[in-house]
Design a protein. Sequence first.
Length: 150
Amino acid sequence: MRNPAMPFNWIRSFPGRGVRVWGCQTLTTNPNSAFRYVQVRRLLGYVESRLYTMAHFCIFEPNNEITWLKIKSLFRSWLRSLWLKGALFGTSEDEAFRLYVGLAESMTTDDLLAGQLIVRVELSALYPAEYINLSLRFMMMETQMSKELI
């Protein structure tokens, strides 16, 4: 007999539609987990991988305000389109997502000296005003030319 506390999570093959996850909850034992639902887990995985791909250019850029502004505007534009499609909850952008990039927002001076660019993203994937935090870290590769090559 099935335990009523355990959700049904089946992987099924449907003719003409392919393999599908038939169920909406993960098998987490924490009922208050933000990752309790398959849809939320998939959305966050998609957002994280997409943002990493979009910011790939920044590893060769200097870790300064101009790069931070480029990343912030690029991420904001993509997250806004995701929100407009209905993937994020909220009646405004500020309720759907928040971005933090830069010194004193997402990084410390020690992070800058270590060559790290850190982007913090807060997404409202379940309910408005309840955010799930993503933290993306990039190691910056600043090239240095020696005087002998110039």
